[in-house]
Each structure stands twice: as structure tokens, then as C-alpha cells.
Design a binder for this molecule. Structure first.
Ligand code: GDP
Ligand code: MN
Length: 397
């Protein structure tokens, strides 16, 4: 789960990480009020969207008086910001962060992520921070330093010192920097983050060490331990299909292709994505309906999959274990009735109650629902039917 920059900064503040004073605003008037309360000569107006790259896209403005704050705020609110992280459709700005300006001397990068290979948290730092960090990572990766953190000892003082030296901070701020790293690490662990990224971390002309930007991502599987994080969710920033799936207890990830998949079990779901690729298709999603499917759940899965305009066929790939093929088959029939089938459906059913399942589908005889002989046959036909459906639509248009 992602949250906004101003929310991340509030959390970091609680852990002793220094961030600029500021507050969220939802209207130009509120922006002016926040700026007035700050009372600083320079105020930064920042678009709050769940994507980075705002600086380059015009989403960060420096104001020198209240009129400018108002002007920038009304210019940004409601605007669709297109950054290199939003995709071409962009994201609408509905909130702003109004904060005091900083006298930046130099911008650095500092981040914590979980490294899957070592199964450890890794701290990454570079003195080449700011808006070009992706370029640094690609062209001069040797300028990004790493410290792997043993979960038993936690982040050790020798590691924060080594990182601070490699990042080339001046001696006057060394202690502030190592403390900053410690506090950020504590926040990362306490809140079950999957990512904590400060870009830029700045040293100011007054020798303060500040998080000028802050991005926190949280491990969805640990959210049950953090109702205070769950409360920060901004549904307008999330994929409505993924939201609906989460509410129906379906494990769904949008993949952007045209062959939708409905599968039971994460392993089979991954194999299904692979086999669709193998036959030259593009999976539209990863969808694990779980082991305790009901007819209603299957119908809801169909509604979600078909709400994606890009989807041109649905491949149902079920190996009945705890799930029963007759329940899945009834779910498909029910979906056809209550949701309607906009695209062809290829069903491969095997395992528990497979005969009963096949019988239900045969007797219901729903137009556009085909039985596959096996997984291979099903994947191949799902890809073919998606391509056929696509060209049929193209001819109609
Ligand atoms: P991002 O582009 O979405 O990552 O947004 P950031 O929060 O990182 O802001 C982009 C850039 O705006 C930073 O790298 C800074 O150069 C600049 N910026 C942000 N806040 C301030 C500020 O208080 N003063 C000045 N002078 N520049 C700022
Ligand atoms: Mn940034």
C-alpha cells in the first residue's frame, strides 16, 4: 500500500526524522491559510499523487508570497499530472502539501528496501540524489552504496558511519546524518514498510539534514497490524479493479494484457500467466480465487475481469482440490446470468467433482463458453479467441 508524501512525513516526524514544517491543503484558500500559519518567506506548493517525478512535471512550485501560493494551488488542484511514473494517462491532483522552503546546499539519496535475494533490509545511499537518481542507477551504479542489515543486530553504528562517509557528507553534519539513518530504519521496521525512500535528502545552508521528499510503501500482508496506516488509504489513487478484488477477498493484480485469467492457487495462477505468454498472448491479470470459492465470488471475479476494456477472452483454469469444479461451473453460469459475458470464456476444469462441473456447463449451454480438453488446449484457445475478438472489434469499428 502507498500513502502520500505529507502522510509519510508525518510518520517520519514521529520517529525523529527531520522534515520541513507543513500541512496538507485541499483548496487554494486552505493552501493560503497553511502558508500564512507557516509564516516563512518561501513556501513550497507540492502536488500530492501516488507517483514520483513531480518536480520535472511541474508539480512542485516555489512561492514567495501568499498570492503566489493561491495561484499555484489553483493551478495544480484538479490538474492531471503526467510524470514518468504515472503512465500516459497521468494522475489527477486532489491534495497539496504546503511546506516551508529550504535553503538547499546539496541533494542526496537515501532509501531502505527489502532485498529478496538476501532476505534482508538493505540501506542504499548516494550523493547524486535529486531528480536524476534513475539515470545514476542506470549509468553509474557504482555511485550508489549499499549496506545489508542483519535482522538480528539491526542497523549497526559502523554501517551508518560507513554509509555517511561514502556519501561524502561534510564533517559538520555527520552525526545528524547517522541519526537520520537510524530513525528512518526504525520507522521502516516498526511500520512494516517494503520501501522507504528519501529523495532528496538535503543538507541546508544552515547545516540541517532534512527529508525534503518522502515515500513509504507498506507490506500489504502486515497491514492488519497497522490500522493507523490503513486509515491513510486514498482510494482515488488505487486501481478500482484491485480495490473491488480486495473487498471480495480475491487476490488480483492487473497486468495490462488482453487474456483474463481466473485460477485457484498462486502457483497455478503463475503457471497460467506463463503458458499464456508461451502461446504468444498477454495476460490481463493474475487472479487467484482462493480455495473456498462460492458462486457469488466467481460471479464477482467475472465482473471485475470484464470491467477491464482491454480484456478479449477469459481463461478459467481450475484444479479442484478444496474448490469444487461444480461450484466453479455454477459460478460461470451465474456470472453469465447476472453479469453477462462480453467476451468468450474457455474453461479448463479438473480435479474434485469435475464430472459434475462439466455436466453443469454442458446443460447450461451458455453461448461463448467453451470447455478445454486440458490446460495446454485451454491456454492456446484463450489466446486465439482473444486475437479473433480483437480483430472482430476492429472490423466493427
Ligand atoms: P519528485 O520530483 O516527485 O520526486 O518531488 P520532490 O519532492 O523530490 O521535489 C522535486 C525537487 O523540487 C527536489 O529535488 C528539489 O530540488 C525541489 N524542491 C522541493 N522542495 C524544495 C524546497 O523547499 N526548496 C527548494 N529550493 N527546492 C525544493
Ligand atoms: Mn523526490
Amino acid at each position: 500500500m502507498n500513502i502520500h508524501e505529507y502522510q509519510s512525513k508525518q510518520i517520519l516526524r514521529e520517529f525523529g526524522v527531520k522534515v520541513p514544517n507543513g500541512n496538507a491543503a485541499f483548496s487554494p484558500e486552505e493552501a493560503a491559510r497553511v502558508a500564512k500559519d507557516l509564516g516563512t518567506p518561501v513556501v513550497v506548493v507540492k502536488a500530492q499523487i501516488h507517483a514520483g517525478g513531480r518536480g520535472k512535471a511541474g508539480g512542485v512550485k516555489i512561492a514567495h508570497n501568499i498570492d503566489e501560493v493561491k495561484q499555484f494551488a489553483s493551478g495544480l488542484l484538479g490538474k492531471v499530472l503526467v510524470t514518468h511514473q504515472t503512465g500516459p494517462e497521468g494522475k489527477q491532483v486532489n491534495r497539496l502539501l504546503i511546506e516551508e522552503g529550504s535553503n538547499i546546499e546539496k541533494e542526496y539519496y537515501l532509501g531502505f528496501v527489502i532485498d529478496r535475494k538476501t532476505a534482508q533490509i538493505v540501506m542504499m545511499g548516494s550523493e547524486e540524489g535529486g531528480m536524476e537518481i534513475e539515470k545514476v542507477a542506470e549509468e553509474t551504479p557504482e555511485k550508489i552504496f549499499k549496506e545489508y542489515i542483519d535482522p538480528v543486530t539491526g542497523l549497526m553504528p559502523f554501517q551508518t558511519r560507513r554509509m555517511a562517509f561514502r556519501m561524502n557528507f561534510k564533517p559538520e553534519v555527520m552525526n545528524k546524518v547517522t541519526k537520520f539513518m537510524d530513525c528512518l530504519y526504525k520507522a521502516f521496521v516498526a511500520k512494516d514498510c517494503s520501501l522507504a525512500e528519501i529523495n532528496p535528502l538535503v543538507v541546508t545552508k544552515e547545516n540541517d539534514v532534512i527529508a525534503l521528499d518522502a515515500k513509504l510503501n507498506f507490506d500489504d500482508s502486515a497491514l492488519f497490524r497497522h490500522p493507523e496506516i490503513e486509515a491513510l488509504r486514498d482510494e482515488s489513487e488505487e486501481d478500482p479493479k484491485e480495490r473491488a478484488a480486495a473487498k471480495a477477498a480475491l487476490s488480483y493484480v492487473n497486468l495490462g494484457g488482453d487474456v483474463a485469467c481466473m485460477v485457484n492457487g498462486a502457483g497455478l495462477a503463475m503457471a497460467t500467466v506463463d503458458i499464456i505468454k508461451y502461446y504468444g498472448g498477454e495476460p490481463a491479470n493474475f487472479l487467484d480465487v482462493g480455495g473456498d470459492s462460492t458462486v457469488e465470488k466467481i460471479a464477482e471475479a467475472f465482473r471485475i475481469m470484464q470491467s477491464d476494456d482491454q480484456v478479449h477472452s477469459v481463461f478459467v483454469n481450475i484444479f479442484g482440490g478444496i474448490n469444487k469444479c461444480d461450484v466453479i461451473a455454477s459460478g460461470i453460469v451465474e456470472a453469465a446470468k447476472v453479469v453477462g459475458l462480453r467476451v468468450p470464456v474457455i474453461a479448463r476444469l479438473d480435479g474434485t467433482n469435475v464430472e459434475a462441473g462439466r455436466k453443469i456447463l454442458k446443460e447450461a449451454n451458455v453461448p461463448g463458453v467453451y470447455m478445454a480438453a486440458d490446460m495446454d488446449d485451454g491456454a492456446k484457445r484463450a489466446v486465439e479467441l482473444a486475437a479473433a475478438k480483437k480483430s472482430e472489434l476492429r472490423i466493427k469499428a
